[in-house]
Design a protein around this ligand. Sequence first.
Ligand SMILES: Nc1ncnc2c1ncn2[C@@H]1O[C@H](COP(=O)(O)OP(=O)(O)OP(=O)(O)O)[C@@H](O)[C@H]1O
Ligand SMILES: [Mg+2]
Length: 265
Amino acid sequence: MGHIVVDHISRAYRNRRRRNRVGDDPDLRYGDRILVLDDVSMEFQDGEMVCILGPSGCGKSTLLKIIAGFDRPSAGRVLIDDKEVARPGSDHIFVFQHNGLLPWMTVWENVGLGLRHMSDRDAKSERIMEFIEMVELENFEHHYPHQLSGGMQRRAELARALAVNPDILIMDEPFSGLDFLTHMKMREEVVNMHEFIGKTTIVVTHDIDDALIMGDRIVIMSGQPSIVKLDRQLDFARPRDFQKEPSLNQLRNEIFFMLGVPYAV
Ligand SMILES: Nc1ncnc2c1ncn2[C@@H]1O[C@H](COP(=O)(O)OP(=O)(O)OP(=O)(O)O)[C@@H](O)[C@H]1O
Ligand SMILES: [Mg+2]
């Protein structure tokens, strides 16, 4: 479970700008269609972690929304395990998002949300605790989200996602807004989690290093409308280290260049 085929999808949105405003671009009138994704095809293998990079506005979130069934493509289709995605709400997909915790529930209750179907209370408690411990939030299980730091909230969100045991985990910029150290720690957490549970994981990130450290594969989208500019397998041993792996560092430089930054930071 967890094999995804993105089959020639395009997505156009209607321009919502008001007609004939002074200074309006005459080529972009109200009601015109803006093509965001143009005939994009890709495949995600079961259990693979793929990191998607691309400039702001190129359609990464749109692609994720279409895969999760929250949005429909204008053309093409998405197949998950050979079945076409037509609507959201599949138990097989979990979309990890910021502020995904319910504020009136404790960490324990939030993590337990995905385990509603478990009738054995002891087994359920054990499972909730297992995930809380996995993200090192023991002793905070009875705290409410507002009583946690940003990084702790993010870890609780991760525990909640994993407790659902989805076949596919979709993460749209999961580390944005985190301080450097928490970012590093969360990244490690996600890599370990993936090694442990081996679910298909799609991570959109703006951080080239995140993508190269985490991904089994890296996909770069670019342009308007967006196309896949690079789709590369990352067969580097883990843990990955740019200093010790010259070819990884070389690829990093190439990607910086490709994204319009002619020098690596
Ligand atoms: N519901 C919508 N209605 C109209 N236009 C939309 C809608 N959703 C997205 N767009 C447009 O589609 C384009 C791509 O948006 P999207 O959010 O997918 O970009 P992104 O690659 O995720 O960007 P970022 O890196 O900034 O998150 C943008 O130009 C955006 O304005
Ligand atoms: Mg986005």
